[in-house]
Design a protein around this ligand. Structure first.
Ligand code: SF4
Length: 408
């Protein structure tokens, strides 16, 4: 019997593609993007197009596998251990053993000696932001501050526009100036690309600002290589031109923004010759970029997380996010800025995660460990030391030889 199931891609990916899965005799035989989905538009990314190879791969781990006591932990304690190092056990055995060990660690050292460690993967709200949190909160385990990828940029964006929202992908088709700022759209944001192509067929220009000449940069109308970590200077240099040459939207600024006078004073510290020295982009090019951005409208910026992964990265996102507020491009179809659109779906996080369960376990909120400082946390935390690291939705290798406190 053959049928087609309408599904959604399970990856924690902003495109949230609609997927059509053909099922024959209980087995998925074909996968394709849903042509009726407004963003997927009938195609999937390279990773998910071949998903069935993984779903039915003989190498897929389908059962709990326990490392044999005698098995070495990879060559010299490093690397991926061979499959023979593991033995299959039942789900009951696995659950009992994990529960026994966690209980043992909690009894001996206190529940905060258990640290959950996770980030992104698939089915994010279910796998990594609801039942898992409840479990660890009820246990009284240490909390994890999930900072490793995007939090600096999120804070930078929210400090300007208040929410994690951005221009919808469909709107890019209406832009005349599109700036890909640290964003390899052609390689990593494939469902935005057709909208950009549509805009370019109507005469839009694509500008790429990136230290690395990505595939998107190669396709761009104008590529501006920028010195890494100098995005704040470039954004402030652009604002210097836009404000001093009266290219900003005074009406929009007066109605919808605060702090313009302070910004105007601040950008005077960023004259183009100085910004050019920092960024490696000529003063003439910065001037043209600012002028095109402010006048060839609608203008939209697709900024990605790269710019916030350097010193003062949150401030870089904050500076870039001010640009559309200055020229008032939020009021135009095809204007604005996109970093993330995840705030569009209003999940009640507190109801999903139930942080109040920590009160039951500890009578207070558990301590918070910054995931970006894991090495230091494993080596230096003492009251209590971390004795169990519970890794899920996360792939990484820790070299256990460098740990002061052995972890389970
Ligand atoms: S782009 Fe790929 S990973 Fe992202 S939602 Fe679509 S199919 Fe899934």
């Amino acid at each position: 019997m053959k049928s087609v199931v309408h599904a959604a891609c399970p990856h924690d990916c902003p495109d949230a593609c609609g997927v059509l899965i053909t099922i024959e005799d209980g087995r998925a035989t074909h996968l394709e993007g849903d042509p009726a989905h407004p963003v997927t538009r009938g195609f999937l990314c390279a990773k998910v197009t071949k998903y069935l190879d993984r779903v039915y791969s003989p190498d897929r781990v389908l059962y709990p596998m326990r490392r044999r006591d005698s098995a070495p932990k990879g060559p010299g304690g490093r690397g991926t251990p061979p499959l023979q190092a593991f033995e299959r056990i039942s789900w009951d055995e696995a659950l009992d053993e994990i529960a026994r060990k966690l209980r043992q660690v909690a009894d001996q050292h206190g529940p905060e000696s258990i640290l959950p460690y996770s980030y992104g993967g698939t089915l994010g709200a279910l796998n990594g932001a609801s039942m898992d949190r409840r479990f660890f909160h009820r246990l009284g385990a240490s909390q994890l501050d999930r900072t490793i990828c995007a939090s600096a940029g999120e804070e930078g964006l929210k400090s300007v526009i208040g929410v994690k929202l951005g221009t919808e992908p469909e709107q890019f088709a209406h832009a005349r100036t599109i700036i890909a700022w640290g964003s390899n759209i052609h390689g990593n944001n494939v469902h935005l690309w057709p909208f950009i192509e549509e805009a370019r067929h109507k005469g839009a220009k694509l500008v790429v600002i990136d230290p690395y000449k990505t595939r998107t940069a190669k396709f761009a109308d104008w590529y501006l290589p920028i010195n890494p970590g100098t995005d704040i200077a470039l954004a402030l240099g652009m604002m210097n031109v836009i404000i001093n040459e009266d290219l900003y939207d005074a009406d929009y600024v007066s109605r919808y923004t605060v702090g313009f006078d302070q910004l105007k004073a601040r950008v005077q510290e960023y004259p183009l010759d100085k910004v050019a020295r920092w960024t490696g982009i000529s003063a003439a090019d910065i001037h043209k970029l600012a002028t095109d951005y402010a006048t060839q409208r609608p203008s939209v910026i697709r900024v990605n997380y790269g710019i916030q992964r350097s010193e003062n990265g949150g401030t870089a996102m904050r500076a870039v996010a001010m640009l559309p507020c200055l020229i008032g491009s939020w009021k135009e179809v095809g204007g604005g800025l996109q970093m993330s659109t995840s705030g569009a779906f209003g999940l009640n996080k507190a109801a999903l995660e139930m942080p109040e369960l920590m009160q039951k376990a500890l009578g207070r909120p558990a301590r918070v460990v910054n995931m970006s400082q894991l090495g230091s946390a494993l080596n230096k935390l003492d009251v209590p030391p971390i004795k169990a690291l519970f890794v899920y939705k996360m792939g990484f290798i820790i070299n256990m030889r460098y740990l002061r406190h052995p972890v389970k």
